[in-house]
Design a protein around this ligand. Structure first.
Ligand SMILES: Cc1ncc(COP(=O)(O)O)c(C=O)c1O
Length: 374
């Protein structure tokens, strides 16, 4: 006997039964696949793999990271809320917050988050991103969950991946990911993940069934393949990002570079305690004088490509003020350091020296204004 080394891809949208009673049982007991919007063996296999990676009771795959945030909030606020969201989250999450009438919306800055969470009313849902985008800010999650056991904590850990941080093990009720990023890792799929407490994930499953943002099984199988190299990729991307952050800090001054890998970062020592090997993922940000200098740098790059997103094999650069944070109110952007000269670099798996040669030459061009001579 032999068997395939990879799990089979089940594309079937519909499942058929040997007799009428078996189908009725599948509908009521959910003990067999029936229809892929409800469940699918390929998707269920990847969900189980992701739940194990997160140390969570159950995982649920969705058609995008935004669907994951949406359904996590729907499931978590069924008790009535209020919904409390960290200041300056991903722009799409900001838009979702304004798009629907969420109960009792409030915002909290990262500074003082633990004390503020402890003072929230019972039943509150607190959504935060760890590390934050693009400054890599962190909160001591175990301390926060211990201080606020009456709060349902939802952590969007897209920027960490389960390789570096497993929020469910530190007390978060739900973990959310844009699986489009590190989990998939190859710029070839859009997907989202919710993982966490069984009861809350079961509520989110019901919302998936009702609203319909299920993942295509073919995308789930690509995601499964991406997971085979997740740890290799994330460790390398994080180490390269730390190397580049150090070299950028030497060149621009530490105050201009935002990465928890740098001793100058406000959460450096927390990162060393909370994140695996003190690593914080492949994203770093740095500031040039203004938007024009940032554009000169971007236009001079030859290896690093201009584009949104992060966590994949290819390095990408953006100006957050006009892209990821375009939907964040201008006052919040200013208060949270998202200026026009800020650049976000999402490091891929290319060799660090190749990336630094590219970045160093582009910095020369940007800082001297010598782009036209290249
Ligand atoms: C932190 C974070 N959460 C959620 C999302 C949304 O994910 P998706 O683009 O897969 O819908 C993104 C997308 O960039 C993100 O950066």
């Amino acid at each position: 006997m032999s068997r395939p080394v990879r799990p089979p891809l089940v594309l079937s949208s519909t499942f058929v039964f040997d007799d009428a009673d078996a189908m009725d049982r599948a509908v009521s007991a959910l003990d067999a696949p029936l229809y892929t919007r409800w469940d699918n063996p390929t998707i269920a296999g990847v969900e189980a793999r992701l739940a194990a990676l997160e140390g969570a009771d159950r995982g649920l795959l969705l058609s995008s990271g935004m669907a994951a945030v949406h359904l996590a909030w729907l499931a978590a606020t069924e008790g009535g809320g209020p919904l409390v969201v960290q200041e300056a989250v991903y722009g799409g999450t900001e838009e979702l917050l304004r798009a629907l009438p969420w109960p009792g919306v409030r915002r909290l800055p990262i500074e003082g988050m633990i004390e503020a969470a402890a003072a929230l009313p019972a039943g509150a849902v607190l959504h935060l991103e760890l590390p934050t985008n693009p400054h890599g800010r962190l909160v001591d999650l175990a301390a926060l969950c211990a201080a606020a056991p009456h709060v349902t904590v939802v952590v969007d850990a897209t920027f960490a991946s389960p390789v570096l941080l497993q929020p469910a093990r530190l007390g978060a009720a739900l973990v959310v990911h844009s699986a489009t990023k590190y989990l998939g890792g190859h710029h070839d799929l859009i997907a989202g993940l919710i993982a966490g407490e069984a009861g809350l994930v079961a509520r989110a499953w019901r919302w998936r069934k009702v609203l319909g943002p299920c993942l295509d099984p073919a995308a789930a199988e690509r995601l499964d393949r991406g997971l085979d190299t997740l740890e290799l990729r994330v460790l390398r991307q994080s180490q390269t990002a730390a190397t580049l952050a150090g070299r950028l800090a030497d060149r621009l001054g530490a105050a201009a570079v935002h990465s928890p890998s740098l001793p100058s970062h406000p959460d450096h020592s927390l990162a060393r305690r909370m994140m695996r090997e003190g690593l914080c993922g492949g994203v770093l940000s740095f500031s040039l004088d203004d938007g024009a200098a940032a554009a000169r740098l971007m236009n001079a790059l030859r290896v690093i490509q201009i584009g949104p997103s992060l966590g994949g094999t290819h390095s990408l650069i953006t100006r957050p003020a006009g892209v990821t944070h375009a939907n964040v109110p201008a006052a919040t952007r200013a208060a949270t350091g998202i200026g026009p000269g800020l650049l976000r670099l999402a490091v891929g798996v290319e060799p660090a020296d190749r990336l630094w040669a590219d970045l160093g030459a582009a910095l020369d061009a940007a800082l001297s204004g010598a782009l036209e001579h290249r």
